[in-house]
Design a protein around this ligand. Structure first.
Ligand code: ZN
Length: 290
């Protein structure tokens, strides 16, 4: 799929082609009918966004289980909004969506959040590290943009874990204490991982944890790469990308929504070596939604 605006509209000239795309990539002819359990030919029902089973007439809705299911906004606009997110790589503001799509600000805002959630879901959260792998861990303060909020009070904390030359995973956390951070490490980093952090006391215990190898970087000594290659540079680079995304799209980001921006930035970062796969993936992969 070429990814210019022109090629996008050639591929998806109207709502119907978008619906056909969803049907074909998620189900396809011959798909087993969930009701009568037979491999079926599916007929398009023109009156609604649905297909009908040749045997029992059961309806299949290709948008169910996607971010577009309950929306009255056209599928083509949804697809185009996703296209804009993929093109920008640094986020798209609700204002920008409103302008480009010709929808209300409220609709644009909701679409943006649904797309961020979708990116996070498609990205998933597989474990990181393992034997011979290095994972950098760091935290950063984000936010405090809310007018009137006292300095730092409104800030949220994002913990980031990056496998060197691999994927990133983030968690929005309430503080930087061991009891908060340690369980996240144990849950998500495979045994044998070599972990690099700065000298935050919360990480001290890693030195005694036999599941991992541990090295810390002395930032106070301006030592960004230690004598044994220990570093948190990659995770700090990721945080810069995250902050750019938030700054470019928002006046302030509440703690509640921060994980969506982090999820969006993760999705983009984890595909940095194969950006051409982003759009097809977002338009064909729909993880089970809760
Ligand atoms: Zn059937």
């Amino acid at each position: 799929m070429k990814q210019t605006v022109q090629s996008f509209f050639k591929r998806f000239p109207d709502d119907e082609t978008c619906l056909v795309h969803l049907f074909e990539s998620r189900f396809g002819q011959g798909h087993e009918c969930p009701k009568c359990k037979r491999s079926a030919k599916w007929y398009r029902i023109k009156a609604e966004r649905a297909y009908s089973c040749q045997w029992c007439g059961n309806h299949l809705h290709p948008t169910v289980g996607t971010p577009f299911a309950k929306s009255r906004t056209s599928l083509q606009l949804w697809f185009f909004a996703i296209f804009l997110f993929v093109k920008s790589r640094n986020g798209v503001s609700a204002k920008e969506l409103e302008r480009q799509l010709g929808v209300t600000y409220k609709t644009a805002w909701r679409m943006g959040h649904e797309i961020r959630k979708h990116m996070a879901a498609v990205d998933g959260n597989g474990p990181l590290g393992g034997l011979g792998k290095i994972v950098q861990i760091d935290e950063t303060f984000v936010g405090g943009y809310k007018k009137g909020a006292k300095g730092g009070k409104d800030k949220a904390i994002v913990m980031g874990m990056i496998e060197e030359d691999g994927n990133v995973m983030t968690h929005v956390v309430k503080d930087r204490k061991r009891l908060t951070l340690y369980p996240i490490i144990k849950e998500n980093l495979l045994e044998g991982t070599e972990i690099h952090t700065d000298e935050l006391p919360a990480y001290n215990r890693l030195a005694y944890d036999r599941d991992y190898k541990y090295k810390s970087v002395d930032h106070s000594a301006k030592q960004y790469v230690g004598p044994e290659g220990e570093s948190t540079n990659s995770v700090e680079g990721f945080f810069m990308h995250l902050k750019r995304t938030i700054k470019g799209t928002h006046i302030w980001v509440s703690q509640k929504h921060l994980s969506k921006y982090a999820g969006e930035t993760e999705f983009i970062y984890n595909r940095r070596k194969r950006p051409e796969t982003m759009l097809p993936e977002l338009l064909t992969v729909f993880p089970q939604r809760s």
